[in-house]
Design a protein around this ligand. Structure first.
Ligand code: NAD
Length: 252
């Protein structure tokens, strides 16, 4: 990406009334958390892994749940640190140029980096909590993981015996209506919408740039690989996010 092009994008951000950012798994790969569909993605390497993230299989097959709990205790997410791209978005907020950050990520790294929780919408939930699929119980994930470490393969809810899962949105599971509504509202209010590290393949999150465009917003895409929205974007940047985002935000 040329300096002149970065300058142009920085100018759009400087002059925007409202900036909405959508992030995906690609912003966390430099923190050591693999994405799903990139070249080293979890599903690219092991398509069967998709089952553990699909509600229907999770709810109907104890073997899938045992597998999912083992993945959770061994997940690199617990030790991951935010990277330069997460920190650049914190700086963008500090400069008053980031109003809403919708993330598809469940790793919590935006907040760990220092982003204000009030501006972050975790549209796919988060891994910090476990939830019961039968009653309203929610609790810290680490407490349930301790039960798995102590030998329970598929821990049940201590209140009602229901199936436990991470408080993330699986495939086939409804999004939290209020989060979806807020995301769509902020996509529609934006005059600059930035999609970062997402293949824009998963709806309804992938519908957000569509809403932004329909309402006359500019669309900036920062992603290493092609997305279905590239032809509609005002600019597409393929550089590594940990390099390009700090460079861009420094110019804003
Ligand atoms: P995706 O895996 O579909 O796409 C990620 C994109 O990021 C890819 O196109 C890849 O080329 C790009 N990318 C990866 N590293 C990059 C880098 N360093 N610089 C520039 N581009 C880079 O991810 P998605 O669109 O977010 O959708 C997948 C779903 O997976 C989401 O629903 C999300 O909830 C979930 N997920 C989350 C995490 C996480 O929380 N970190 C990790 C894996 C999957």
């Amino acid at each position: 990406m040329s300096g002149a092009e970065l300058d142009k994008i920085a100018g759009w951000l400087r002059n925007a009334r409202r900036v909405t950012v959508l992030t995906g798994a690609g912003i966390s790969t430099e923190s050591g958390i693999p994405d799903f569909r990139g070249p080293n993605g979890v599903w690219t390497k092991n398509p069967a892994a998709e089952k553990t993230a699909t509600l229907q299989y999770y709810m109907s097959d104890p073997e899938v749940r045992r597998h999912a709990w083992q993945n959770r205790i061994n997940s690199g997410m617990w030790n991951a640190e935010p990277n330069a791209a997460h920190r650049a978005l914190v700086e963008l907020e500090r400069k008053g140029r980031l109003h809403t950050l919708v993330t598809q990520n469940i790793d919590g790294l935006h907040q760990t980096a220092g982003q204000s929780p009030e501006i972050v919408v975790e549209i796919h939930g988060n891994v910090r909590e476990a939830k019961c699929m039968a009653c309203d119980w929610r609790g810290p994930m680490q407490e349930t993981l301790d039960r798995v470490r102590a030998g329970e393969g598929d821990p049940g809810c201590l209140h009602c015996g229901g199936i436990l899962k991470s408080a993330t949105i699986s495939f086939g599971e409804n999004l939290v209506a209020a989060d979806l509504h807020r995301s769509q509202l902020e996509a529609g209010r934006a005059d600059v919408f930035v999609a970062i590290g997402t293949s824009l393949a998963v709806y309804p999150a992938a519908g957000l740039p569509e809403i932004a465009l329909r309402n006359g917003s500019r669309l900036i895409i920062l992603n290493a690989e092609q997305t279905p929205f590239d032809p509609m974007a005002d600019v597409v940047v393929r550089d590594k996010l940990g390099d390009v985002l700090p460079a861009l935000v420094a110019l804003v």
